[in-house]
Design a protein around this ligand. Sequence first.
Ligand SMILES: NC(=O)c1ccc[n+]([C@@H]2O[C@H](COP(=O)([O-])OP(=O)(O)OC[C@H]3O[C@@H](n4cnc5c(N)ncnc54)[C@H](O)[C@@H]3O)[C@@H](O)[C@H]2O)c1
Ligand SMILES: N[C@H](C(=O)O)[C@H](O)COP(=O)(O)O
Length: 336
Amino acid sequence: MSSPVILALTAGEPAGIGPELCLQLAGETRQPGIVVIASKSLLAARAKNLGLAVELHDWQPGQLPETRAGHLSVRHVDGCHSETAGHVDSANSQYVLDTLTIAAEGCLKGDFDGMVTAPVHKGVINEAGIAFSGHTEFLQELCGVERVVMMLATEELRVALVTTHLPLKDVPEAITPERITQVTRILSADLKTFFGIEQPRILVAGLNPHAGEGGHLGREEIDVIEPTLEKLRAEGIELTGPLPADTLFTPHWLDNADAALAMYHDQGLPVLKFQGFGRAVNITLGLPIVRTSVDHGTALDLAGTGKSDAGSLHTAIRVGEQMALCRKAANAGEYS
Ligand SMILES: NC(=O)c1ccc[n+]([C@@H]2O[C@H](COP(=O)([O-])OP(=O)(O)OC[C@H]3O[C@@H](n4cnc5c(N)ncnc54)[C@H](O)[C@@H]3O)[C@@H](O)[C@H]2O)c1
Ligand SMILES: N[C@H](C(=O)O)[C@H](O)COP(=O)(O)O
């Protein structure tokens, strides 16, 4: 029998809902094994505030994590200076990044089969003087890979992005043949590896209104996107587009596709979140490790109330486990 999957779960921004979502998991027995990467005293304080009876156990590499209801394995991380729900403190920023580094390095070393992330607050990390645009870019750099892909998914819809956390004014310049090529190849390959889709069918959005209206509303489709898609089709990747983004997300196209590729964050993610906010997963494709995340942010307005919904965290864990099993199977095949 293969060894059980162990996922690292980073608790995210201390003032946000991440710590309590981690504690909520301990309410019932769970599969796979979860190790929360966080300050133990932060978790204990939040559990006390919420009246949750959770016994926290120190975890060491090589140990099987607790799966019993009422128990949670924790890899303690120092440096959490303030623990008040709803009030961010930039002094916690290095601690937050340390939790990500510990989880990712644990995955690279084989202590964990994947990592799941609760939300961080990008603004407060930057206020500490640390340039940070998101987990996606942070993990890309930490893992030393040239390109990764952000994809959010529900049971019904997958939306991947050519560009991620960029100011809108910088997007057109970032839509290059090289970036489109790298992103599309990663998306197509990982849909095969992790989602069992033999020949992924990908819809590609244009950048401009009406996909440029034949060049009258912008030329990126004619000059950059279409010629790049043509080369990728010659590699055997099944691509439709560039399509006007406003009608791409309709059943006419989506019913015969496996994923949509949007050119920028707010072209694709509002559609996905309108369709499935609270039960979607955010996946980083193209990494040497498995990483999934919740679809929501720190929800400072809800932190400490115990009213946050753990639906997306459950999806992130379930998809993270499936991806970890696919990777284990692929590795076993490679070396057998
Ligand atoms: N994975 C991540 O790390 C991640 C993802 C998105 C946003 N963020 C960060 O979160 C911060 C706040 O972002 P925002 O306000 O745009 O989005 P948000 O998702 O935190 O909040 C949007 C709304 O959804 C509600 N909400 C969010 N999660 C919920 C849950 N689990 N249960 C019930 N209601 C929930 C909030 O109360 C709020 O009303 C920003 O700094 C942003 O960068 C982080
Ligand atoms: N773009 C994501 C979303 O809207 O859900 C979110 O900001 C998280 O991104 P990272 O996983 O890169 O932190």
